[in-house]
Design a protein around this ligand. Structure first.
Ligand SMILES: NC(=O)c1ccc[n+]([C@@H]2O[C@H](COP(=O)([O-])OP(=O)(O)OC[C@H]3O[C@@H](n4cnc5c(N)ncnc54)[C@H](OP(=O)(O)O)[C@@H]3O)[C@@H](O)[C@H]2O)c1
Length: 281
């Protein structure tokens, strides 16, 4: 099949391109420089001329704190841009796979959030992602899969594990938030699931897809520091101490009540992430 990937230069986008090629598909990879998804005309023209079987939208404004200051920009990309992609894909008869976020929930619950749970974003970023889901559903009714995932990490971008490994190598002590719980998800595991949803298993509507298992950022950092053999001392901290501009959901665990793809455990993803970073001997 011919698969078009928008936001192809991002952390997830790079792995989706690689997974689609590995699965034997032809790929049109469009990074922001090649296609700005906020430009509806350009999106329409790109999709018309390529005539893909599926479009996977990995483009987003992902700066959670920056979205508090620049909520117009967040909505332009995450809402209007997402709608542009879905509309153009549906017009061309292509299936849309769109990526959304656990931040559409307030995280005040104590049980994993499933697809039918009512969203209530706490942050401007979460609100823009929820608005994007609605724009995709309106732009490509019955021809889309919206995949909510969480706590992404991968080789092709800046992510929590990469930051922790850098800081832990520089410092003797680090305080890491222990009161946010979530499901870390390796982009190398999520990407092939998105490609399968775009090409073979076209499950319509909303799906929750994350790495199996859950932990706090502090627990994730401990695992990282131990497996890298670093001597940095880690201390558990609170979200309030950190004082970030955007509120985060405290309990950000996604579950599924649908026939969603099941991914390997986040620890397996972390091992692969670490293996890919190990210097060649
Ligand atoms: N990271 C997470 O923890 C997480 C968790 C849950 C869901 N998600 C979702 O997963 C998806 C992929 O995120 P990611 O982690 O791979 O983020 P990322 O590395 O920031 O990738 C997003 C890409 O979108 C591009 N982009 C921004 N504005 C654009 C525009 N107007 N037109 C076209 N491309 C544009 C960015 O380009 P520039 O770099 O040039 O701006 C970047 O390459 C997003 O939908 C995100 O909301 C992420």
């Amino acid at each position: 099949m011919l698969v078009m990937i928008t936001g192809a230069g991002g952390m997830l986008g790079q792995d989706v391109c690689a997974s689609a090629r590995d699965a034997g598909h032809d790929v049109i990879a469009l990074a922001r420089a090649e296609l700005d998804i906020t430009d509806a005309q350009a999106v329409g023209a790109a999709v018309r001329s390529a005539d893909p079987d599926a479009v996977v939208n990995c483009a987003a404004f992902t700066d959670v704190d920056g979205s508090e200051r620049e909520s117009d920009r967040a909505h332009a990309v995450n809402e209007a841009g997402a709608g542009n992609v879905a509309r153009a894909a549906a017009t061309a008869g292509a299936w849309t796979v769109h990526v959304s976020s656990d931040y559409v929930f307030d995280g005040l619950g104590t049980e994993p959030y499933v697809e039918s749970d009512a969203p209530r974003p706490l942050s401007a970023y979460g609100a823009s992602k929820l608005a994007g889901e609605r724009a995709v559903a309106a732009g490509a009714p019955d021809r889309h899969t919206i995949v909510r995932s969480s706590w992404l990490f991968g080789a092709g971008g800046s992510c929590f594990p990469a930051t922790i490994l850098r800081l832990a190598a520089e410092r003797e002590q680090l305080t890491v938030v222990d009161d946010q719980i979530g499901c870390p998800t390796f982009t190398g595991h999520l990407a092939p699931a998105l490609v399968a949803l775009a090409t073979e298993r076209r499950v319509a509507g909303l799906l929750h897809v994350t790495g199996a298992g859950r932990c706090s950022w502090y627990e994730l950092a401990r695992e990282l520091v131990a497996s890298a053999g670093l001597g940095c001392e880690l201390r558990p901290g609170t979200t309030a101490e950190l004082g970030r501009p955007a509120p985060r959901p405290p309990y950000s665990v996604l579950g599924t009540e649908r026939d969603a793809p099941r991914l390997p455990a986040w620890r397996e993803g972390l091992a692969q992430f670490m293996g890919a970073r190990a210097p060649a001997r």
